[in-house]
Design a protein around this ligand. Structure first.
Ligand code: NAD
Ligand code: ZN
Length: 248
C-alpha cells in the first residue's frame, strides 16, 4: 500500500473525532465545475465579480442568466460520487463526525452524511429578497428571468455570495468542531476563500492531524497540513476506505 494512504488509514483508525472540510474539488467528479482551474463555467467570467452581492443587486437578471441558471441545470443533474460516498461510509463507521462543506450542491446530504455544516449556504433553495419565503430550486421556473416569488419579490440563491457574511451559526459551529477534532480531512479545496480556509489552521493549532487530499498542492501544503495525498477525491477515498473496511 502507498505509504501516505497507509498513514491516513492509521490516523483515521486512531481518530476519535475526525471531521472533513470539503470544497468544490470533491464535486468535480460529479460534473460540477470548480471556481479555479479548468472547467467551462468560470473561464468566461470572474466568479468573485459575478457571484458577488453587489452584482446581484445591480443586475439580478444578468446574474441569473450567466450564473444561477447554468448552475441550477448542472446541480439539478448531479449525483454524489465516490468522494462523497467515502465520507458517508467513514461517518457510518463512527470515525467521521461532521462534514464542513464550502459547497452549495447538497451532494454530501444526497450521499447520506447526516451532520453537514453548509458554510456557504445552499443552492438547493432560493429565497425571496422581499418576504424571505424559500422555494426548492428544482421547482423554480427559470424561463423568465429573474424568477419571482408569488409576492413579486426577486428570488435569489439561499447561498452566501461574495461580499456577504457567513451564517454566524455555521461559522461558530465550524470553529468549534475544528478546535475539537483530532483528524481533519481537507478535500478538494484550494484553501484561498476565507474564513473557510482558516478551519484547518484552527484544527492544527489544537493538535489535530490535517490530511489534505487534492491533485495539487495548496497554500496549506507543507505549512498547515501534516501531509498531502495527491489525487482525485473519489480515487483516494476509495483506497482509504478499502484499507479501512478490509484490513489485511
Ligand atoms: P476551488 O474551485 O477554489 O478549488 C478547487 C480545488 O479542487 C483545487 O485545489 C483543485 O486542485 C482541487 N481538485 C481538482 N480536481 C479534484 C478532484 N478530482 N478531487 C479533489 N480535488 C480536486 O474550490 P473551493 O476551495 O471550494 O473554493 C471555491 C468556492 O466556490 C467555495 O467556497 C464554494 O462555495 C464555491 N463553489 C461551490 C461549488 C459546489 O457547490 N460544488 C462549485 C464551485 C464553487
Ligand atoms: Zn416573496
Amino acid at each position: 500500500m502507498d505509504t501516505l494512504i497507509a498513514r491516513a488509514v492509521t490516523d483515521l483508525k486512531n481518530a476519535r473525532n475526525a471531521v472533513a472540510l470539503t470544497g468544490a474539488g470533491i464535486s468535480i467528479e460529479s460534473g460540477i465545475p470548480p471556481f479555479r482551474g479548468k472547467g467551462g463555467l468560470w473561464e468566461r467570467f470572474d466568479p468573485m465579480e459575478i457571484a458577488h452581492i453587489d452584482a446581484f443587486v445591480a443586475d439580478p437578471e444578468l446574474v441569473w442568466r450567466v450564473l444561477v441558471k447554468e448552475l441550477k441545470e448542472v446541480i439539478d443533474r448531479a449525483l454524489p460520487n465516490d468522494g462523497h460516498k467515502g465520507l458517508e461510509r467513514l461517518g457510518r463507521m463512527g470515525i467521521l463526525k461532521t462534514v464542513i462543506t464550502q459547497n452549495v450542491d447538497g451532494l454530501h446530504q444526497a450521499a447520506g452524511s447526516t451532520d453537514v455544516i453548509e458554510f456557504h449556504g445552499t443552492f438547493a433553495w432560493q429565497r425571496c429578497t422581499e418576504c424571505e419565503t424559500r422555494v426548492p430550486t428544482r421547482d423554480v421556473d427559470a424561463s423568465v428571468l429573474p424568477p419571482r416569488c408569488s409576492c413579486g419579490g426577486i428570488l435569489r440563491p439561499d447561498a452566501v455570495l461574495f461580499g456577504e457574511m457567513i451564517p454566524p451559526e455555521a461559522l461558530w459551529r465550524s470553529q468549534e468542531v475544528a478546535a475539537r477534532c483530532d483528524v481533519m480531512l481537507v478535500i478538494g479545496t484550494s484553501a484561498v476563500v476565507q474564513p473557510a480556509a482558516s478551519m484547518p489552521i484552527i484544527a492544527r493549532q489544537s493538535g489535530a492531524r490535517v490530511i489534505e487530499i487534492n491533485p495539487e498542492p495548496t497554500p496549506l501544503t507543507g505549512a498547515v497540513s501534516s501531509y498531502l495525498i495527491r489525487g482525485g477525491a473519489g480515487e483516494v477515498m476509495n483506497r482509504i476506505m478499502a484499507a479501512l473496511e478490509h484490513p489485511g
